[in-house]
Design a protein around this ligand. Structure first.
Ligand code: UN1
Length: 489
C-alpha cells in the first residue's frame, strides 16, 4: 500500500501522533493509499517552518523565484498524461477533463512565472516639486491555502503559484478526498528547486487541520475554495484576528436560452456545463432558463442527448460521465432529487443512484417545470442535476438568474446582440459567457463571483497577484526641505 506523507520544512514526514486515513478511488472503491493525518503539533511545525523561510524567500528577487516556477511548469507538462491518469483514479473525472485539470495547473504556473518579471507597481506625479511617488507590491507573509477536491491540481496550483511568485511562504491543506495530486505538485516544486520551508503540506480533518490554519496567529491570510458554510465560518473566525481572507464558494449558475438561440449549440453547452465533471464544478450549469417559445423543443433535444451519455470508469475514452466523489455527496444529490419531486418539479430523466461499477454513480438528471422559488432552483447541489425554468422574455430570465444568493458564472445563448449586452450588463455574476457554457474559465483572466459566492476576491489573471500581495505606497522627497502635502500647494 502506498503511503503519502506530510511535507514540513523540506522533509517528507509521518504525522507526530501516527494517525492515518484512507484515499479511495470513487469509481472502483479500491484503496489507493494511506495518508498521514496531521496533528495540531504538525500544523504548528508547518507554520513555524513557513515563518522561518519567509525572510529569505521574500527577499529572493522575483525573477529568480520565477525560474523555479518555469522549471515546475515544464515538469508538469512532461508528466501531464501520467498526472491526468492519477487524477482520474483519485477523483473520478473523465480523462479528457483530468487532462484539462492538469493543463490548467500548467497554464497558471507559466502565467505566474511570467509575473516574476512584472509584479507591477505604479508611479504618478507628486503634487509637490522634487518628490517622487510610487507603489510597490509586498508579500503578505505566511499564507494558508485550503483547497477542494473537484479540481485536485488546478486549484492548488492557481493558489500556490501566484502566492509563491509574490514572495509568500505557504501552508497548504488539500482536500482529504484528493490530496495525492497536491503531493505530486509539491514534489515537482521541490525538484524544481523550491527551498525547504517555503511550501508545507498538511492533510487531515477540516475541523482540526483547517481550523488550526485559520486560527494560527502567524498565518496572515487564508485563501479558501469550498462550500458556503465553511467559507462563512472562516471569514468570521479570521475577522477576529484581522486576517486577510479570500473566498471562492458556491454557484447556481444559469444558462439563459433565448427564442433566437441556436438550440443545438445551447444543448451542447447545457450538457457540457451541467454534466461535465458530473456537475461537480462551482461553475456548473445547474439552471437552464429557457424562453417559453422554445422550451419544449429545447427540452426534447436535451433529454435525447443526455440519454446518450455513458457513465463509467473515466479512464476509458468512450465514457462521458464519471462517479461523484464520495458517498456523502451521492446521498446529498439523492436527497435533492427527493426535494425536487416533493416540491412538484417534473423529473423527466435520471434521478437515481446507479451501479455500473462499485463506486458512487448518479444518473444524469433533468427536472422540468421548475419554478424559481424551489430549493432545487436555489441551492447548490454539486451533482449531475439540471433544473429547467421557463421565462417569458429577457427581463424575466435575468430576474430569475439573479434571484439566488450566488453569483459566480452565467451564460446566455442568443443571436441578438442587444440581448447579449443586456445580459452582460445585468446578470449578477463574476463571469458571463455569450453563446458558450458556464464552465471553462481561462487562467489569465480574473475568476470569482459576487454575492455569496465570495468576498470580492478574484483569483487567476493579474488579480491573483492582488490576492497575494499588499500594496505599499512610497513617497521619496529629494527637495532637502520640509514639504507639506495639501498645505504647500
Ligand atoms: C471550480 O469549479 O471550483 O471554469 C473551478 C471552470 C474551471 C474552474 C472551475 N476552469 O469551470
Amino acid at each position: 500500500m502506498k503511503e503519502y506523507k506530510l511535507f514540513i520544512d523540506g522533509e517528507w514526514i509521518r504525522s507526530s501522533d501516527g494517525q492515518t486515513f484512507d484515499d479511495v478511488d470513487p469509481t472502483t472503491l479500491e484503496l489507493i493509499g494511506k495518508l498521514q493525518k496531521a496533528s495540531l503539533e504538525d500544523v504548528n511545525s508547518a507554520v513555524d517552518s513557513a515563518d522561518h523561510a519567509f525572510e529569505k524567500w521574500s527577499s529572493t528577487p522575483a525573477p529568480q523565484r520565477a525560474k523555479i516556477l518555469f522549471r515546475a511548469a515544464r515538469m508538469l507538462e512532461e508528466r501531464k498524461e501520467e498526472l491526468a491518469r492519477l487524477l482520474t483514479v483519485e477523483m473520478g473525472k473523465v480523462l479528457k477533463e483530468a487532462r484539462g485539470d492538469v493543463q490548467e495547473a500548467i497554464d497558471i504556473t507559466y502565467y505566474a512565472a511570467g509575473e516574476g518579471r512584472r509584479l507591477f507597481g505604479e508611479t504618478t506625479p507628486s503634487e509637490l516639486p522634487d518628490k517622487f511617488c510610487m507603489t510597490i507590491r509586498r508579500p503578505l507573509g505566511v499564507v494558508g491555502l485550503i483547497t477542494p477536491w473537484n479540481f485536485p491540481i488546478a486549484i492548488p496550483a492557481w493558489k500556490i503559484m501566484p502566492a509563491l511568485i509574490s514572495g509568500n511562504t505557504l501552508v497548504l491543506k488539500p482536500a482529504s478526498d484528493t490530496p495525492i495530486l497536491s503531493i505530486e505538485l509539491v514534489k515537482i516544486l521541490e525538484k524544481a528547486g523550491l527551498p525547504g520551508g517555503v511550501l508545507n503540506l498538511v492533510m487531515g480533518e477540516g475541523n482540526i487541520v483547517g481550523s488550526a490554519i485559520v486560527h494560527h496567529p502567524k498565518i496572515r491570510a487564508v485563501s479558501f475554495t469550498g462550500s458556503l458554510d465553511t467559507g462563512k465560518w472562516i471569514l468570521g473566525e479570521a475577522a477576529k484576528e484581522m486576517k486577510k481572507v479570500s473566498l471562492e464558494l458556491g454557484g447556481k449558475n444559469p444558462i439563459i436560452v433565448m427564442d433566437d438561440a441556436d438550440l443545438d449549440l445551447a444543448v451542447d453547452g447545457i450538457i457540457w456545463g451541467g454534466f461535465g465533471t458530473t456537475g461537480q464544478r462551482c461553475t456548473a450549469a445547474s439552471r437552464v432558463i429557457a424562453h417559453e417559445k422554445i422550451i419544449m423543443e429545447l427540452q426534447a433535444k436535451l433529454i435525447k442527448r443526455t440519454k446518450a451519455l455513458r457513465l463509467g470508469n473515466g479512464l476509458l475514452e468512450n465514457v462521458d460521465v464519471g462517479p461523484v466523489i464520495n458517498n456523502s455527496q451521492l446521498q446529498k444529490i439523492n436527497k435533492y432529487v427527493d426535494i425536487g419531486k416533493n416540491e412538484g418539479a417534473n423529473l423527466v430523466l435520471g434521478g437515481k443512484i446507479t451501479k455500473p461499477l462499485p463506486g458512487y454513480f448518479f444518473e444524469p438528471t433533468i427536472f422540468t417545470d421548475v419554478t424559481p422559488d424551489m430549493r432545487i432552483a436555489r441551492e447548490e447541489i454539486f451533482g449531475p442535476v439540471v433544473s429547467i425554468i421557463s421565462a417569458s422574455g429577457l427581463d424575466e430570465a435575468i430576474g430569475i438568474a439573479n434571484s439566488v444568493e450566488y453569483g459566480l458564472s452565467s451564460s446566455i445563448y442568443t443571436a441578438n446582440i442587444r440581448n447579449a449586452f443586456k445580459a452582460i450588463e445585468n446578470i449578477e455574476a463574476g463571469i458571463t459567457y455569450i453563446n458558450a457554457s458556464t464552465i471553462g474559465a481561462e487562467t489569465h483572466l480574473p475568476f470569482g463571483g459576487v454575492k455569496s459566492t465570495g468576498n470580492g476576491t478574484r483569483e487567476a489573471g493579474t488579480t491573483a497577484i492582488e490576492e497575494f500581495t499588499e500594496i505599499k505606497t512610497v513617497y521619496i522627497d529629494y527637495s532637502g526641505k520640509l514639504q507639506k502635502a495639501q498645505i504647500d500647494v
